[in-house]
Design a protein around this ligand. Structure first.
Ligand code: SR1
Ligand code: MG
Length: 402
């Protein structure tokens, strides 16, 4: 891919900070005590800049996929990240990292250093319980769902925001990797011999394919709110409550943000709860699996409660009565079930795997993948009708072990 801007290195970061007025005002470049590159995702360079008092993090978009440099990907996603961080920070303060600076020429955002947090996926993999995080995330999604929607913004501002947030390249990645490739023969797919029949049964089922197609159409056309767009458990930083330290939950990596269906964000969480539970099941940790599956209802109920609490402040109550709210919530729920299924299934069939599953030895991994596909099928085909998330994920827990 063409490389037309200078990439940061550990050595050049202090000079970069010195050249950015907004960053110089935050910390003295001469006082920087260390720079570490910590990016471990698929796409970006991430530097932690350490300094006495307050450090910061620089995230620079590469013009190609980090884990496959032959695959070009627009660095413009950095602008979407900056826009979404600001928009989400305004309506959901405390749920995303603070943004200090955005450099449109070198595709860098500077954000708050959250080194005292850890990535939630890793904690879940270790069987740790961060109580309250799932509910925090429901509130985050609700505040964004309301605040960036027609209900929160009104008609004109919503249309302007939709236009400014069109993110076609990153949406195309999701359309391909989540909603298409796992259901066709594709070079990105990787299936263990022990799972070939499971994948064929799941992806070849006409009812599954119809439901995934409908979910893809919703993803492509339902411009409800400026959703996160990639809200898996690896996009969440958590800090547990301790003496003198309050709990903190932050959604990060918002480069996939665009105007889409709110249920896609709830579904991303639900799908990743399934993956975490599947891991716990095959490792014999039934208590952790049950706790993780219970998070789906926690996220949903806090989402619904927060959204309902914001509802009296909506734009245009003349026609947006409570029946509209209830229909909207029912749609979010149905979209979440379908998106959750698609998000879980893509992680065990297609490109971009997750440590929940990939770090398992082969025999339990085969069982975990089988369970995930059974649960995904359940969510796709019966999720919308099972309007109670506790009941739905209770049944998902049963089919995880089939
Ligand atoms: C090529 S990008 C692969 C995946 O990484 C991101 O986290 C998204 O989930 C995307 O689908
Ligand atoms: Mg990401």
């Amino acid at each position: 891919a063409d490389q037309t801007y200078e990439l940061l290195t550990v050595e050049t970061v202090p000079g970069y900070v010195a050249g950015r007025p907004a960053l110089r005002a935050l910390l003295d470049p001469a006082a920087i005590t260390g720079v570490r590159e910590v990016g471990d995702g698929n796409l970006n360079l991430v530097f932690v800049v350490e300094a006495p008092g307050r450090g910061l993090v620089l995230k620079q978009s590469l013009p190609y996929v980090r884990v496959d440099p032959t695959w070009p990907i627009t660095p413009e996603r950095n602008h979407h990240e900056a826009r979404a961080l600001r928009a989400h920070g305004a309506v959901a303060p405390g749920y995303v990292p603070e943004i200090y600076d955005a450099d449109p020429d070198r595709y860098v955002v500077a954000i708050e250093d959250l080194s005292d947090h850890r990535v939630w996926r890793g904690a879940l993999n270790e069987g740790l319980r961060h109580e309250g995080v799932a509910a925090d995330l429901g509130r985050y999604v609700a505040r964004v769902a309301f605040g960036t929607s027609v209900f929160g913004l009104g008609a004109k501002a919503h249309k302007a925001a939709v236009a400014a947030s069109v993110n076609p390249h990153l949406c195309e990645i999701t359309e391909d990797l989540v909603f298409t490739e796992p259901y066709i023969t594709h070079e990105h797919n990787r299936v263990l011999p022990g799972n070939e029949a499971d994948v064929a049964a799941y992806a070849g089922d006409p009812a599954v394919r119809a439901a995934v197609g409908a979910a893809k159409l919703a993803f492509m056309t339902h411009a409800e709110a400026l959703i996160h767009g990639d809200l898996h458990t690896g996009s969440v930083l958590v800090r547990g409550e301790g003496p003198g330290t309050p709990r903190s939950t932050r959604a990060f990596d918002v480069e996939f943000a665009f105007y889409g269906p709110v249920g896609f964000d709830i579904g991303a969480l639900w799908g990743n709860y399934l993956l975490a539970a599947a891991r716990a099941v095959v490792l014999g940790d039934d208590d952790h699996a049950a706790w993780v599956l219970g998070l789906a209802a926690e996220t949903w109920h806090s989402f619904r409660e927060e959204f309902t609490g914001l509802w009296p402040g909506r734009d245009d109550p003349r026609v947006f009565g409570d029946a509209v709210r209830d229909a909207f919530l029912a749609k979010v729920y149905a979209d979440a079930a379908a998106a959750g299924a698609a998000k879980a299934a893509r992680r065990v069939i297609g490109f971009s795997r997750v440590t929940d599953i990939e770090t398992l030895p082969e025999e339990p991994r085969v069982r975990a993948v089988r369970g995930v596909l059974h649960a995904a099928r359940l969510l796709l085909l019966e999720g919308a009708a099972t309007g109670d998330p506790a009941a739905l994920f209770d049944r998902a827990g049963q089919v995880l072990t089939d």
